[in-house]
Design a protein around this ligand. Structure first.
Ligand code: RM4
Ligand code: MN
Ligand code: MN
Length: 396
């Protein structure tokens, strides 16, 4: 269908694009609402949440204003509560739900040499038990995603056997996989370094993908945009994982140097757009399920505003990818017209999609300008009064 808005969006089905923008889903992380910092300092902010219930309340604000963030990921034990049913009900009463459950196997002294790869079977048992506990928590909060990131690795050549560690990991994860209820998925996140500096046990997409293949169909790879060496072509990695049917989820953020966890789209919005170009087509294949999650820590910026900006950046990247003239692109590719194909992407990228995204938000009953609406709402002042100095997210 030709667009009535042909001038602005080219040969695009605007109604179809709007529908997909309204259907976009982004999960925000509980830890993005709390105080975090670097290994040098944590700068506390007034009014940050004091407990998981308040983190969920802040996440509900982001959903209210953007219309596309109905779930919030939790990190255990940072978000440990006595009654997970109560946390679930609290979330639902605010119009959101609990999303991915993220275990934490990197802060206990026992894990100095790793968790599921640790040479000592007693430590591996402890780590596996924590993962099993998280499967149970997921069940209680009504989540079907177990999202795993391991800090496991070594700092010095010779410290341990790469293959031995890999076998230990697969054995532990096999036990967890078998304990997951039928509809639950396990997402495996890779990262090339940090906190381990010589090697990481899931260093890249190949390591994660092959581990998933060993585990079973419901194990899929999670791509965190901050977890690649600098020159890696992430959109290509995304395309490969999609083609293998193993791209399970995203951790959106942006980086300049390392795993910076800055606001997604703040450093390299073109890369984000190119990633979405790959996703847009894959989303159309039946059975595709990708969990789009934000994984950011806001060290100096106001947390809720930072989250809203991340969401609007993601809406815009998605909208730009949706308006790529794909028929013309196919034609240019077939004709071998290299620059015509490239320019079709540039055209979409250069289009101002902000009005389109504002309209999608309005149609969802959210805010056309969510940051302005948030500032006007007085929420930040209100919680600063109620919560005072707040409390850390579990980092410090
Ligand atoms: C890691 C990774 C995980 C996140 C932790 C806090 O670098 O990105 O997803 O949960 O940081
Ligand atoms: Mn991550
Ligand atoms: Mn990270």
């Amino acid at each position: 269908m030709e667009s009535t808005n042909a001038k602005t969006y080219g040969r695009v089905d605007v109604a179809g694009v709007e529908e997909r923008l309204r259907a976009q889903r982004l999960e925000t992380p509980s830890w993005g609402y709390g105080d975090t910092g670097t290994r040098f300092a944590v700068f506390p902010q007034k009014g940050v949440p004091r407990d998981p219930f308040e983190k969920v309340a802040d996440a509900a604000q982001v959903h209210r204003l953007t219309g596309v963030c109905p779930t919030v990921a939790v990190h255990i034990p940072w978000d440990k509560v006595d009654d997970y049913g109560e946390l679930k009900e609290h979330a639902e009463s605010l119009g959101v739900g609990i999303g991915a459950v993220n275990p934490n196997l990197f802060q206990e002294p026992d894990y100095k040499l790793g968790s599921v790869c640790h040479p000592d079977p007693a430590v591996r048992r402890r780590a596996t038990d924590h993962l099993l506990e998280c499967v149970e928590i997921a069940r209680e909060v009504g989540s079907d995603v177990l999202s795993l990131w391991f800090a496991d690795g070594t700092n010095y050549a010779g410290q341990d056997s790469f293959v031995g560690r890999r076998h230990r990991m697969i054995e532990c994860l096999g036990e967890v996989y078998a304990a997951m209820p039928g509809g639950m998925r396990m997402l495996l996140e890779y990262k090339p370094y940090e906190p381990a500096f010589y090697h990481t046990d899931l260093a890249d997409w190949g390591a994660a993908l092959t581990a998933c293949q060993r585990l079973g169909e419901r194990a899929e790879v999670l791509v965190d945009l901050g977890h690649h060496a600098k020159e890696v072509n992430i959109e290509y990695v995304v395309a490969l994982l999609l083609d293998e049917g193993r791209l399970g989820g995203f951790h959106f953020n942006n980086r300049k140097y390392g795993d910076d966890d800055l606001i997604v789209g703040s450093v390299n919005p073109f890369e984000l757009f190119l990633i979405y170009v790959e996703l847009v087509e894959a989303e159309e294949c039946p059975g595709t399920r990708i969990d789009y999650m934000i994984d950011q820590t806001h060290n100096i910026e106001p947390k809720i505003e930072a989250m809203i900006l991340s969401v609007t950046n993601l809406q815009e990247a998605y909208a730009k990818a949706l308006i790529v003239d794909r028929d013309a692109l196919q034609e240019a590719r077939r004709a071998g017209d290299v620059l015509a194909a490239h320019r079709l992407l540039l055209d979409a990228y250069a289009t101002d999609v902000r009005p389109l995204c504002a309209k999608a938000r309005e149609d969802l009953g959210a805010a056309s300008d969510p940051i302005a609406a948030f500032k006007e709402s007085g929420y930040a002042q209100k919680v600063a009064g109620e919560r005072g100095e707040g409390a850390g997210a579990g980092w410090s």
